[in-house]
Ligand binder design. Structure first.
Ligand code: GUN
Length: 283
């Protein structure tokens, strides 16, 4: 039986529609969410991501600032920029695009962003609140994964979720969010010895290991939900997920494609976080 395709593009459009309605209302009351994006250097992929964020701000009616700094920017200069944005009243969200050039320590920059404006959800205060289960700004990709599962009508409570990958940006936070939804979570990573055996027990399989087409049908229990967070550029220029979609969809239940799956959700959740931060700032 053909698997259902979970369209992140479509879900994303639905959420953006709701965001736009709220922003229009806010603007009628004289308020406007504001997002600042800071990009250091010439990484071509980062420039594309930042342009997409700028476009999303424009489409949804946010105030937006993009600061493109040269590759030789010092840590002090970038910190000064972050401090300035922390104090700027019309900015509710700050995102410093990663990776940063090697003369700049990423942690020093993330720690300097005001937690109330940390729309990436990377600041230790927000990470700590996520672990505790308190209100916090959630990292965008993991929040997007959970939102997609919810909006597809898939029950997480009591299900066995297996997460492949333990990065700070995806694997760790997504496993915490799945637990928050009352799933039983197993985490696998590069040193897991029986990964296939564990993956085959998953009702919900989230793959974020950063290796093109790593998971094929042999990792998947028939009917399992498969969420592919991978974005790998192949030698032929094509984009591939961490899941071999063609093989996986023959056994899986609902499954996300790449592109058009988790990818579009990430920027949408960034916009959602900026709206949440703006709401809090305006009280
Ligand atoms: N680079 C790739 N993904 C991300 C992200 O989610 N946030 C930031 N700040 N940089 C990134």
């Amino acid at each position: 039986m053909a698997a259902t395709i979970i369209s992140g593009k479509q879900i994303s459009e639905e959420i953006r529609h709701d965001i736009k309605q709220e922003v229009d209302k806010m603007k009628a009351q004289g308020f406007q969410p504001g997002l600042a994006v800071v990009l250091v250097g010439e990484d071509p992929a980062s420039h594309v991501y930042v342009r997409n964020k700028e476009k999303a701000c424009h489409d949804l009616g946010y105030y937006s600032e993009v600061h493109r700094l040269s590759a030789d920017t010092s840590q002090e200069e970038l910190l000064a920029m972050v401090h300035k944005l922390n104090n700027q009243e019309n900015i509710h969200g700050i995102l410093v695009q990663l990776p940063l050039p090697k003369q700049i320590e990423e942690k020093a920059i993330i720690d300097a962003i005001s937690p109330e404006k940390d729309v990436d959800g990377f600041h230790p205060i927000n990470v700590g609140n996520l672990v505790i289960g308190d209100d916090s700004l959630l990292p965008c990709t993991p929040a997007g994964v959970i939102e997609m599962i919810k909006r597809t009508g898939i029950e997480m409570s009591g299900k066995h979720a297996v997460v492949i990958g333990r990065s700070n940006i995806v694997g760790k936070p997504v496993s915490l969010l799945l637990q928050r939804e009352n799933a039983t979570v197993t985490m696998c990573h590069s040193r897991t010895t029986n990964m296939k055996e564990l993956a085959r027990q998953a009702d919900i399989l989230v793959v974020a290991i950063g290796r093109a087409n790593f998971v094929d049908a042999s990792y998947i229990k028939p009917g399992a939900v498969v969420i592919d967070v991978g974005m790998n550029r192949l030698d032929n220029g094509k984009l591939a997920g961490d899941v071999d979609f063609e093989s996986a969809k023959e056994v899986s239940g609902p499954i996300t494609p790449v592109p058009g799956g988790v990818g579009p959700m990430t920027i949408t959740m960034l916009m959602q976080n900026t709206l949440v931060a703006a709401r809090r700032a305006y009280g």
